[in-house]
Design a protein around this ligand. Structure first.
Ligand code: DMJ
Length: 673
């Protein structure tokens, strides 16, 4: 309002609100006087001249302005704080990414009750949290992450499918909070056994690592594609004629049951993951979620169900991060525990997983040495994951006991052990084949799994390899192939099971982990022999057992085959060792040998309507006599090792981070190198 007009109109009406400032007040009378006292007096006089209403209005205005001031101050403060925090967060994220890398939850989930182990397992309590191995290459959970989303597929024959899958995967990622989905394994929230929050944690951590650590994908090559094709063909047979059953009978287009637990499906889970077969994996996962029930009145073999089922579930859990597989692993693990209730604590061979009872085979109270000493990797890992040490205690006790037993021959063990007395039986027979083989394999692998601290395991392994060198190695004629024979009561037999062909791979793994360099030399000579067990046979496929010629005879090869031994069960051991040898030497001849073997499997064991079959006669290419059975390990092991052998990506199951169980299921090394 214009103050001059108000003054001219006389005293303001009481109901009219005005603030009049006269010229003298504006500039002071008699010149400029701006002293504090004068200003105070003048203001006070003016205030007194105001009506009560005017004063109230002014007070109200002041109060109103004050309230506005406080509100705007608060919201500005928030805005400021958030600006400041954002930049702090940005800094923090950069610092935290490496820490998330170390957590690496999908590959090495933390024990749920880690502290529970400390008293009984000092070696476990000493474990440091895994350090970031091979930071250069990224954490191990990225090694095989979302293989079907890998851009390498784009460059291969499957371009269209790969693109569709990428789109689909992106969709999944965008909706990951409503459809808890992880690397192709769709988990409906209502199937969840854990609080959703922890599931979301599982999802978030690895994906934040992914952004940071993505490396150039190594393209899948033609040979790997051929393995994928072979797997799909095998899977088609299983799916069409044996779905949910133990083994496919591809000729009769039916199935056989052993335990009635979908053995082939479980054995093949992690292979599908590694090969990037998303659809197949999802379908199988659904079967595990909905149809795999262990509460069955059925006798299972402790060893076979441990290496195939428990091992398969644990490795699939590690690769996929999907807790369904861990839950199932816990279930079967608990159900196998009655096997250890024996007078000696050496487990019985068979367990009824529904009734919770265990027993030895009908004809004896003996167990097989390889069986009771090749369940350790799986039970130890189950303890680590659950925090329940009972699994590890049971299997460690077996190893400790066997360590002290007499009856060994320079570290070589007999094939049987009595569940009552705890003593070896059938003394004097030593082999690295059936019934003893994986005892040696697991000595080394447990030592590696546990971070190379359990010295008794290493001692037993080193002594045994010396025993092999001293008692079991011979050279054949004419090619002078070094082979591993058998010893029976002092008599050497030039017999070698195909099963023994795990040994070159194991020796190479030991050498890679710092053991004697001559182990690698031996591995190189033995893998040549194992290859010759294929190459010298008419079909190019190895028989179950060979006998080597110790004396040169005209027209004879190194390898002799007895009629009863000329079957081939699609076994993995040679391909397994070829894989290790290629990984550690980079010598392409190992890949070429494996490629020949794959082609011969395709030539002589592939059934046109789906699946592969064991054969009875590797010496008859025109009629190899199909046996009508596809063993679960063909998918669990043979094809998996083929795929890995043909890969040039050393991070595709990095051997410094994973240890394969004897059924080719990779489990994490607790303290990676
Ligand atoms: C598999 O079940 C395992 O590799 C086991 O150690 C030996 N036998 C078969 C494969 O040959």
């Amino acid at each position: 309002m214009y103050s001059g007009a108000a003054a001219a109109a006389g005293p303001p009406r009481r109901d009219f609100i005005s603030v009049t400032l006269g010229p003298e007040e504006a500039v002071g009378v008699g010149g400029y006087n701006n002293s504090k006292a004068w200003r105070r007096r003048s203001c006070w006089r003016k205030w007194k001249q105001l009506s009560r209403l005017q004063r109230s209005v002014i007070l109200f205005l002041f109060a109103f302005l004050a309230v506005c001031g406080v509100i705007s101050y608060t919201s500005m403060g928030e805005a400021w704080k958030s600006i400041t925090n954002k930049s702090l967060d940005d800094q923090r994220t950069e610092q935290e990414i490496p820490r998330l890398k170390l957590a690496n939850p999908a590959v090495l989930p933390a024990p749920q009750k880690a502290d529970a182990n400390h008293g009984d397992y000092p070696e476990l309590s000493l474990q440091k949290p895994p350090k970031p191995p091979h930071v250069r290459r990224g954490p191990s959970n990225l090694q095989i992450k979302a293989p079907w989303r890998d851009t390498r597929l784009k460059t291969q024959h499957d371009t269209l499918r790969a693109v569709e899958e990428l789109v689909e995967a992106d969709k999944v990622e965008k909706t990951e909070k409503s459809i808890i989905s992880w690397r192709g394994a769709v988990i409906e929230p209502d199937q969840s056994t854990e609080p959703p929050s922890s599931k979301i944690m599982e999802l978030e951590k690895p994906s934040s690592v992914e952004a940071e650590d993505q490396k150039e994908p190594v393209p899948i090559n033609e040979r790997q594609l051929a393995v994928i094709e072979a797997f799909r063909h095998a899977w088609k047979g299983y799916k069409d004629f044996a779905w949910g059953h133990d083994e496919l009978k591809p000729l009769s287009k039916s199935y056989s049951e052993w335990f009635g637990l979908g053995l082939t499906l479980i054995d093949a889970l992690d292979t599908m993951w590694i090969l990037g077969l998303k659809e197949e994996f999802e379908e199988a996962r659904k079967w595990v979620a909905n149809d795999l029930v262990f509460d069955k009145n059925v006798d299972v073999n402790l060893f076979e169900s441990t290496i195939r089922i428990l091992g398969g579930l644990l490795s699939t859990y590690h690769l996929s991060g999907d807790s369904l597989f861990l839950e199932k692993a816990k279930d079967i693990g608990n159900r196998l525990m009655p096997a250890f209730k024996t007078p000696s604590k050496i487990p019985y061979s068979d367990v009824n997983i529904g009734r919770g009872t265990a027993h030895p085979p009908r004809w004896t109270s003996d167990s097989t040495v390889a069986e009771v000493t090749s369940i350790q990797l799986e039970f130890r890992e189950l303890s680590r994951l659950t925090g329940d040490d009972k699994f590890q205690k049971a299997v460690d006790e077996v190893m400790k006991h066997v360590h002290t037993l007499s009856g060994k021959n320079d570290g070589l063990v007999p094939m049987f052990i009595n569940t009552n007395s705890g003593q070896f039986t059938h003394l004097g027979v030593y082999t690295l084949g059936a019934r003893a083989d994986s005892y040696y394999e697991y000595l080394l692998k447990q030592w590696i799994q546990g971070g190379k601290k359990e010295n008794e395991l290493l001692e037993d392994y080193m002594r045994a390899i010396e025993g092999v060198k001293k008692h079991l190695l011979q050279r054949s004629e004419p090619k002078k192939l070094t082979f591993v024979g058998e010893l029976a009561h002092g008599h050497f037999s030039a017999k070698m099971d195909h099963l023994v062909c795990f040994l070159p791979g194991t020796l190479a793994l030991g050498a890679h982990n710092g053991l004697a360099a001559d182990h690698m030399k031996l591995a190189e000579t033995l893998i040549e022999t194992c290859y010759q067990m294929y190459a010298q046979v008419e079909t190019g496929l190895s028989p179950e057992i060979v006998h080597f010629n110790l004396h040169a005879q005209k027209g004879h090869k190194d390898v002799e085959i007895k009629p009863a031994d000329r079957h081939n069960l699609l076994r993995p051991e040679t391909v397994e060792s070829l894989f290790y040898m290629y990984r550690f030497t980079g010598d392409k001849k190992y890949q070429d040998w494996g490629w020949e073997i794959l082609q011969n499997f395709n030539r002589y064991t592939r059934v046109p309507t789906g699946g592969y079959t064991s054969i009875n006669n590797v010496q008859n290419p025109s009629n190899p006599e199909p046996r009508d059975k596809m063993e679960s390990f063909f998918l669990g092991e043979t094809l998996k090792y083929m795929f890995l052998l043909f890969s040039d990506d050393i991070d595709l199951i990095n051997l410094d981070k994973y240890i394969f169980n004897t059924e080719a299921h990779p489990l994490p090394i607790w303290v990676p190198a």
